[in-house]
Design a protein around this ligand. Structure first.
Ligand code: 5GP
Length: 196
């Protein structure tokens, strides 16, 4: 059996990654969302073990010391990291895995796993980003300003990515991402066994 594909979805805060993935994941088989660990406090409605593993700084840094992260990064004052174990278990079973992580982490994974497919999700315009961040109502002006600054940095790294999905209409963005995943399932690497 061939291994699963690893997809990394990145996009500035407010690009609507969560919404796109939230629609896609229940409709595709053999596709697992990787739950990250973070030191950020939960937003309203977020559940431990579902949206993130919410850890204190100490526990997070202990995981770093034990080498349990595939990657981790600091983002706007908090740590975020991808636990390696669950990702590799899925890939070994032939299940595709999606990481939803920021750009530094994405590039770390790409350097360790060059076969990973990097997808950058953006809103139609930069002004839409600010609008979406503000309408979320969960962050202070200061945090929103930092997130917008970060978004500019992230845009400048987009040339390292394999695909760009433009999230104007959510359904269209979902279909574009679905097509990327389906195409990766049809590569010769994944299908060579069918010839035997
Ligand atoms: P938020 O606080 O809005 O949930 O996430 C902030 C940023 O951290 C987003 O860009 C999100 O994609 C990224 N992020 C979430 N989990 C991880 C992770 O495990 N590793 C890295 N490097 N970034 C992450």
């Amino acid at each position: 059996m061939s291994k699963g594909n690893l997809f990394i979805v990145t996009g500035p805060s407010g690009a609507g990654k969560g919404t796109v993935l939230g629609r896609l994941l229940p409709t595709m088989e053999q596709l697992q969302y990787s739950v990250s660990a973070t030191t950020r406090v939960p937003r309203e409605g977020e559940e431990d073990g579902v949206n993130y593993y919410f850890l204190n700084r100490n526990d997070f840094l202990n995981m770093v010391d034990r080498g349990e992260f595939l990657e981790y990064a600091e983002y706007v004052g908090n740590f975020y990291g991808t636990p390696a174990g669950p990702v590799d278990e899925c890939l070994e079973k032939g299940v595709d895995v999606i990481l939803e992580i920021e750009v530094q982490g994405a590039l770390t994974v790409k350097s360790k796993r060059p076969e990973a497919k990097l997808v950058f999700i953006i809103p139609p315009t930069f002004a839409d980003l600010e609008l979406r961040l503000r309408s979320r109502g969960s962050e202070s002006d200061e945090v929103i300003a930092k997130r917008l600054e970060k978004a500019k940095e992230e845009y400048s790294m987009a040339n390292h990515y394999d695909y760009i999905v433009c999230n104007g209409e959510v359904e269209q963005a979902v279909e574009e991402l679905r097509s990327i995943i389906k195409a990766a399932r049809c590569t010769v690497d994944r299908r060579i066994n069918l010839l035997r």
